[in-house]
Write a protein that binds this ligand. Structure first.
Ligand code: HEC
Length: 108
């Protein structure tokens, strides 16, 4: 248990360090990430991310959650739920960027 807490803290710290460079994602990669969001994430979270098999990812619904927490969910998935880990496809920095986009409101 203590180990898990440590690992989560370490992961949050690592993501925190990435925050500084989140703005440096190349515009072409940003477009790819938006495509991923619409097509892959959208298959579960709804085409307009208003919910489906997965919960809505609207700015309003995500307001109570921090970007780091959401990025960690995207990177690691939620074991025991259909939410898969996206680590094989995107970096932690990109997950943080995506979380920021969601919190700002995509499609709204
Ligand atoms: C196979 C279906 C599926 C796909 C594909 C999927 N998700 Fe999820 N996602 C879920 C489910 C189900 C949950 C709710 C998990 C739970 O019960 O805690 C979830 C939860 C989340 C959460 C946390 C929301 C909250 O309210 O706690 C975020 C953020 C998220 N997904 C982002 C994404 C992103 C970004 C992508 C694409 C890169 C994606 N998801 C792709 C099924 C999916």
């Amino acid at each position: 248990m203590t180990n898990t807490v440590f690992l989560i803290t370490a992961a949050l710290l690592a993501l925190g360090v990435c925050t500084a460079t989140a703005a440096e994602i190349h515009p072409q990669r940003q477009a790819e990430l938006f495509y991923l969001l619409k097509h892959d994430c959208g298959s579960c979270h709804g085409m307009r991310l208003e919910g489906g098999l997965g919960p809505a990812l609207t700015a309003k619904r995500l307001a109570p959650y921090g970007s780091e927490f959401l990025a960690l969910t995207i990177i690691q998935g939620r074991p025991g739920t259909p939410m898969p880990p996206w680590r094989p496809f995107i970096t932690e920095q990109e997950a943080l960027w995506l979380a920021g986009q969601l919190k700002q409101g995509v499609n709204q």
